[in-house]
Design a protein around this ligand. Structure first.
Ligand SMILES: [Zn+2]
Length: 301
């Protein structure tokens, strides 16, 4: 069995992690032997493993206090699987919608997607006027399955300092990644460095104040061992400003998926009942658009 090392994380806004101001929200619920690359693959069926999670009483930041060190995490992510599959077409449309109206007035030469998975959003960018699209993704199988015309600037590995020149990209996107990082502010600062003056960034991640997160609590899919820092619509802009960005827009992301997908992913009991109900009503393959607990932010340098 692999042996993992742990490190201690601190609040991104307060100095240190005083237990009185950052009390335990949920206790750790797994052992090291429960961990494997499958647990660290996107959109798997959820296991709900999570570290001990604490909550900052001042900013609402929810974070994992004791996490695996970078080496252990990197091992797990490199071996992780790209598991988007059938939902990709819906995700492409849902992620593009919020910036489509802005992009009309933006320069669309170079774009980068951080944590680009199989490059699905690089396809969207390329198809919407970006001449050069770049992606980085640690999963080793991602590039092989990426569309041929976007493979040339595809970096298999982690995003970090020195990978790209300063003031280089007109747009940097990063989806469902910021809350997986042990140093999200460091990444935002690096993004800012790589963004052209007047250029933009666009991020999507979970919102801890979304209805789903409140209703399902510890059972919510966002309370997960993959998530180190979890944000809301108030503290996320503050972090982005610390990195140097101006905030253009913060919003709830609408997700449109078939009912079949919602039934599979929602932490609902009696899945067979819901499946039967939606099939019976002829709705099973129809699309339902709702705010599924994700938020987006658009930034400018
Ligand atoms: Zn704090």
């Amino acid at each position: 069995m692999a042996k993992y090392n742990y490190i201690t994380k601190e609040c991104l806004f307060c100095n240190g992690t005083d237990a009185a101001t950052h009390p335990v929200l949920y206790k750790k619920n797994f052992r090291d032997e429960d961990l494997n690359a499958e647990v660290f693959s996107a959109r798997r069926t959820t296991e709900h493993f999570h570290y001990e999670m604490v909550k900052c009483q001042k900013t609402g930041l929810i974070f994992s206090r004791q996490i695996l060190d970078d080496e252990s995490l990197n091992q797990l992510y490199k071996a992780s699987l790209v598991t988007f599959g059938e939902q990709t077409e819906f995700i492409k449309r849902d992620y593009w919608n919020p910036i489509s109206k802005y992009v009309k007035s933006w320069t669309t030469k170079k774009a980068l997607d951080i944590g680009c998975s199989n490059g699905f959003f690089l396809e969207v960018l390329k198809d919407n006027g970006y001449d050069e699209v770049y992606g980085c993704e640690p999963s080793t199988e991602a590039k092989e399955i990426a569309r041929k015309d976007i493979q040339s600037n595809f970096h298999t590995g982690f995003y970090g300092p020195g990978l790209y020149p300063a003031n280089y990209f007109d747009l940097i996107t990063c989806f469902q990644t910021l809350d997986h990082l042990s140093d999200p502010l460091g990444m935002l600062k690096n993004m800012y460095e790589n963004t052209k003056p007047g250029g933009h960034a666009y991020l999507i991640m979970h919102n801890t104040k979304a209805l789903q997160a409140k209703v399902f609590g510890e059972k919510s899919p966002i309370i997960d061992v993959e998530h180190i820092y979890l944000f809301n619509k108030e503290n996320l802009p503050e972090l982005c400003k610390k990195a140097g960005y101006k905030v253009v827009s913060v919003f709830d992301l609408k997700n449109g998926y078939p009912y079949s997908y919602w039934v599979r992913m929602a932490p609902l009991p009696f899945k067979g009942f819901w499946r039967g109900l939606f099939k019976g009503l002829g709705m099973y393959n129809k699309t339902l658009s709702i705010s599924a607990g994700n938020m987006g932010i658009i930034l400018e340098k």
